[in-house]
Structure formats: structure tokens, C-alpha cells
Design a protein around this ligand. Sequence first.
Ligand SMILES: Nc1ncnc2c1ncn2[C@@H]1O[C@H](COP(=O)(O)OP(=O)(O)OP(=O)(O)O)[C@@H](O)[C@H]1O
Length: 330
Amino acid sequence: MQPNADLAIDARGVDKQFGDLFAVAELDLQVQKGHIYGFLGPNGCGKSTTIRMLTGLLTPTRGEISVLGMAIPQQAEALRRRIGYMTQKFSLYEDLSVRENLQFIADIYGLGARESKRKIDELIDTYHLDAQRQQLAGTLSGGQKQRLGLACACINEPELLFLDEPTSAVDPQNRRDFWEQLFDLSERGTSILVTTHYMDEAQRCHQLAIMESGHIRAKGNPQALLEAMPLHVIEIAGHRLRQLKSHLSQFGEIPSTAQLGDRLRVLVDKQIADPIPWLLEKSRTMTGQPTPEPLSANQLSLVSPNLEDLFVSVTGKGLKTSREAEDVTG
Ligand SMILES: Nc1ncnc2c1ncn2[C@@H]1O[C@H](COP(=O)(O)OP(=O)(O)OP(=O)(O)O)[C@@H](O)[C@H]1O
């Protein structure tokens, strides 16, 4: 494959089979340099397997991968010096202090004494770990462990960072601060591939891919993906929402319903041009004890889709009709 200088990652037609299981199938993924690329998908859909192939830790069954212009896995050894990788689990030494963990990684990368001191001091300052400098890593809070994990992943000033669910154990404020740090890195030219289950994090990414059962089902700019979503989103306010949900779930044009407090969020196929009158009509056939009141127009409102709606629609959770993959670049 001819390397493209604008791309940090270029993967084409990549499969990974474990026995009969296609953990990753026909993966095409292009990540622009300097971008934060979000990788979403349900548990077990193949995200970690993809990252392990892109970093050269796993050999694909077929397909071509170029990362920072290098053929992977053939040039994985050279690539490792130019990337950082933070895994889901805290993979640092719990019985070493913050500074010792950083020193250990600096030694692995062969940084000289002066360079490693400069870099460790800078990272401890950037990731607000000064007060914990001598503290054993195993005794850090979730947020502090995560900042240390990122600091360690950045010790070699990587051009490309792989972050596998980096925020799974931290509170909203720490997640927010963490994302600000990712944008600082991105502004300085670092490309980032990050897996997440949080839709607010997905919203922040320059580009997104949503994976399901080893396949990428949608990819592109978050706003463009939302605009191209083939579903209306209607919120219904009222009572007996569980009964209403059960009634509406029988219609093939409604792939998903979910309750949010006193509202029911209903996804309706865009083949239905005018979803509010259509839902009103469907509500008239609702049965039960006591007999439910039909809905009235003032209970229904058409609202903007969010990434959770998109996720539900493309990963097939509750989806009754098959949908083709979307590829919306923007
Ligand atoms: N070494 C392996 N041998 C056999 N099967 C594997 C191996 N590694 C992964 N798998 C399987 O491949 C599939 C994808 O796993 P993977 O860890 O990539 O999912 P994931 O999207 O990262 O999930 P999660 O969000 O839960 O971390 C799963 O069914 C998993 O059991």
C-alpha cells in the first residue's frame, strides 16, 4: 500500500479471525494526522482487537495496515518508539511510586538521565501529579491513576496515541479535564485513536467509527452522522409510559424506545414522512387495563437526534429492520 502522508492510520480490508470467529471483518479505517478519532461499539465488538493489530501486537488474518507511514506488523518494532498506548486496565507498577513508574518507562525508551529528568518533571507538572510524586501508584485515586497512565504513554512524545477506554474509572470532572488534555496534545500535532462507551466523549471527537460484531457500521464526522441518521426522534410526555413502550415496540418502523424520566424517546424510521400523526394514529389501537387514553398532539415533540440514538440505530440494539452501513465523511 502506498503511504499517504496525511494519514496517521490507514487500514484496508483488515480481518482478524480467532478460529471461526471474525473478531474484526473488512476493516477500513483512515485517521487524519492531528485528529482525535473515536472508536465506539458494544462490548466484544472488536475494538481492542483492532487496536492490537494497529499497534503490531496482533497479526491480521488478511488486509493491509500502514501506521505513521510504516507497514504493520512488519515494521512494528520501529513503530513502537513513535506511539503511546494506554490500555483499559491500569498496567503500571502498583508498588512503584509515580516518579519511579515514569522513570521505568523512560529507561525502557532509553532516555538519558538529563532528558528523562526534564521529561518526568514536565509530565508530573502537566498531569498535576506533583503532590503524589513519591506516592505508590497502587494507592492513587482512579483519576490520578488515569493521569499517570497518560503521562507514561506520553513519555516518548508519541506522534500517535492509542487510548483503550481510558476514562472508564473516573468521574465526570476528571473525564472533562482528561479530554482537555487530549485536545492540548492534538493541538501540538499528536494523533489520537480513543475507544469509549461515553456518548459525550464521542461527541468531542473530530471523527468517529461505530463498530458492531467486528464490522464498522458507521463512520464520519459526528455532526454529519447525526444529520444522515435515517430515523426521526420523538419524545412523548405522559403517564403509563411502560404500557405505551410495550405497545409501540410491536411496530417494525420503531426500532427503539427508551424512557427518560417522564418522557418516552421513540425512534421512528424516516420512511414515515410525518411521524407525529402516524404515532397518534398508532396510539389509538393501544389496549390494556384500564383502557389507555389515546395520545394527544401536545404530548409529542420532534427532537434532535443525539449520538446515543445513532449508536442504538447502527448497532442494532432493539433494531428490527436491517440497515446498510453508513459512510458519511464530513
Ligand atoms: N486471543 C483471542 N482468542 C479468541 N478470541 C478472542 C481473542 N481476543 C479477542 N477475542 C474475541 O474477539 C471478540 C472481540 O474482542 P475485543 O476484546 O476486541 O472486543 P472489544 O470491542 O474491545 O470489547 P470491550 O468493549 O468489552 O473491551 C470477542 O468475542 C473476544 O472474545
